[in-house]
Design a protein around this ligand. Structure first.
Ligand SMILES: *Cc1c(COP(=O)(O)O)cnc(C)c1O
Length: 402
């Protein structure tokens, strides 16, 4: 009898390097929300549609023959709009022909970049808690992650120890993966921190890949405005800057993202990307080109609405007795559960729907060192005010009686 080696039916067929990755925590907690009828502040997707001109442009594109494969690097109108947008907001110049690549969301851009840049055994430095796809992308490449921990300082801001960052970089380090504004903490990396990261990249001659999907969601009371790492001296030529339409235009299901950087980095990423999805979102690409060119007032309005929603959620959490780490940007606020008697975020989040009908996400699953995040949970505020108000009423039930 012929048997195929290593494939008996009773073992998990999944390759070993992917076995540590179960169903994402977001899917698990969203399913819990549906099962229990809880208000879902777990997964970070908006509950309203994006700008009408964008939706109209997509509908028109669908009806006017934009339904076949777009060009591999993305349609020229979108690449040009991506370049123009980065010039307008950050003063960064990219050639839409050779320095911009359209991808299936930021996720694909990051995964393709890691697969393109890392040999098996190479190392990727990232900050934890990290976005969950990073660890999986690094594992797919057979690379090794070297996390540097962000910890709340006395002022309720997350910070890292520069010595820990230096210690994480070694002879096998290929790149630093930086997410700012940062999910899940809402941290915006300061210019001083970016300067440290830039110096280390240059000293060790390593690449930077930046995930800036929240670039337009930094609040007016943040300590620092958002500063793309690529704008620091010497960094443009070693940084692949990644962003996407999902968060900026409330269309997370469209999965239109992009990478910009020096032609060699973009080209390397494109050569992997072409064999992952090839292309995506043909009729959506022209619509995102329209959205990117919206006037500054759109971007200001988005930020203002999100800041009002942040304030509403933070007030509700504080009244319920959480110690909230007020975010400077993004869709998310993290809160410490110890004042409410919590000792473990996973247990806390699993019992929260039953206790008060709200779903949150434990952040310890985004650390290699779970102790650093054991007491922290994340709430999303990219929800309509009435949804946040209902969540606030429910959370008030947690407040210990005085
Ligand atoms: C939402 C999110 C992404 C995913 O972006 P897509 O464009 O949907 O792939 C990537 N990074 C961070 C930090 C995010 O929050």
């Amino acid at each position: 009898m012929v048997t195929s080696p290593g494939a008996p039916a009773d073992i998990d067929p999944l390759v070993r390097r992917m076995r540590p990755f179960g169903t994402t925590i977001f899917a698990e907690m969203s399913a819990l929300a549906v099962r229990t009828g809880a208000v879902n502040l777990g997964q970070g997707f908006p509950d309203t549609d994006g700008p009408t001109v964008m939706l109209t442009a997509a509908t028109e594109a669908l009806r006017s023959g934009h339904n076949q494969y777009p060009p591999g690097p993305g349609i020229p109108a979108l690449r040009t709009a991506v370049a123009r947008n980065q010039q307008r907001f950050w003063g960064l110049d990219y050639d839409p022909e050779t320095e911009v690549l359209i991808t299936a969301g930021a996720t694909e851009a990051i995964t393709a970049a890691i697969l393109a840049l890392c040999e098996p055994g190479d190392e990727v430095v990232c900050f934890e808690p990290y976005y969950d796809s990073y660890a999986a992308a690094i594992a797919l490449a057979g690379a090794v992650r070297r996390p540097v921990t962000l910890r709340p300082d006395g002022d309720g801001r997350y910070a890292f120890d520069p010595a820990a960052l230096r210690a994480a970089v070694g002879p096998r380090t290929r790149l630093v993966l930086l997410n700012s504004p940062h999910n899940p903490t809402g941290k915006v990396f300061t210019v001083a921190e970016l300067t440290t990261i830039a110096a280390i990249c240059q000293e060790h001659d390593i690449w930077a890949v930046t995930d800036e999907v929240y670039e337009h969601l930094v609040f007016t009371d943040a300590d620092t405005p958002h500063v793309p790492l690529a704008t620091l001296p010497g960094m443009r030529d070693r940084t692949l800057r990644v962003s996407s339409a999902g968060k900026t235009f409330s269309c997370t299901g469209w999965k239109i993202g992009w990478a910009s950087g020096p032609a060699a980095l973009v080209n390397a990423t494109a050569r992997v990307k072409q064999f992952l999805t090839y292309v995506n979102g043909g009729p959506l690409q022209p619509a995102i080109a329209v959205a990117l060119d919206l006037p500054d007032s759109y971007y200001t309005g988005l930020r203002q609405n999100m800041q009002t929603q942040r304030d509403q959620l933070v007030a509700g959490l504080s009244e319920a007795g959480f110690r909230v780490l007020v975010p400077e940007g993004t869709y998310f606020a993290t809160a410490d559960i110890s004042a409410l008697g919590g000792t473990d975020g996973i247990e806390f989040c699993l019992s929260l729907p039953e206790r008060c009908g709200v779903v949150a996400v434990p952040t310890q699953v985004f650390y290699d060192e779970p102790d650093a995040g054991r007491l922290l949970v994340r709430f999303a505020f990219c929800k309509r005010p009435e949804v946040l108000a209902e969540a606030g009423r429910r959370l008030a039930g947690l407040r210990p009686a005085d």
